[in-house]
Design a protein around this ligand. Sequence first.
Ligand SMILES: C[S@@+](CC[C@H](N)C(=O)[O-])C[C@H]1O[C@@H](n2cnc3c(N)ncnc32)[C@H](O)[C@@H]1O
Length: 251
Amino acid sequence: MNHTELVERWDRQQAAYIAHREARFEVMLGALELAVGTSFTAVDLACGPGSLASRLLSRFPEARVIAIDYDPMLLALARKHLAGFGDRVQIVDADLVDPLWSAQLRDQLEDRPQAVVSTTALHWLLPAQLVDVYGQVRSLLARGGLLLNGDHFRFDERTQHIASWAARHDSATQKRSFVEGADEWDAWWNLLGAHPDIGPLQGERTRRFAGRDASPPTTVKFQLAALRQAGFAESGTVWQLFDDYVVYGVA
Ligand SMILES: C[S@@+](CC[C@H](N)C(=O)[O-])C[C@H]1O[C@@H](n2cnc3c(N)ncnc32)[C@H](O)[C@@H]1O
């Protein structure tokens, strides 16, 4: 299967787990334009195969993206997927758990980015790591720059009704998507593993992520407190659909 088809199937697979994923991207792109215009540099944290980066670069022909990830297989797919954008995109292999990733990136940049974006990714970080990453992002951003993070933030025991609606909504979205032909997570990874250039990177992927504990789910309140703790001048929620949110911070 070629890389174009793999990315299309990634998008369908992700949309099974994230209802209205395209609407969430659209909200983020609209907020970016309102906050920083159409000519800017954005960092895409934990970019995966480049779903958000490709939408951003297509929508804003004068924008540049620095796309960061630590998964060698997804980085390889992103390099193929984003190659057509030429020097408007730079792909960086970095671990967001490393306390120095943003300092190393800053050394390579002439100017600070006006935006940092991320989707469906930072929940992999432990809570203390997330606070650290938000702090690094705040220091990396140009003054007045925008952070946007779209992700699931879970409800706690104080909000059991909406937690149950969200779970039922998620499971209905998955059921419908899989009936319509979307791949489940593991099935998609088997397809990627069969790619002749990318499959051999499986061992390196396993080595890099070995021993990482799954993060406990965090609430949106925790996210907003983490943004304040990280020093963002203003923070809040741009969008919510049940337990799926886009939070923002202005540096
Ligand atoms: C579910 S994918 C989302 C990818 C993409 N942002 C999207 O919305 O399609 C989660 C991503 O987080 C990345 N990731 C997880 N931990 C990471 C870390 N410590 N440093 C960098 N990337 C990480 C994974 O490699 C993966 O690409």
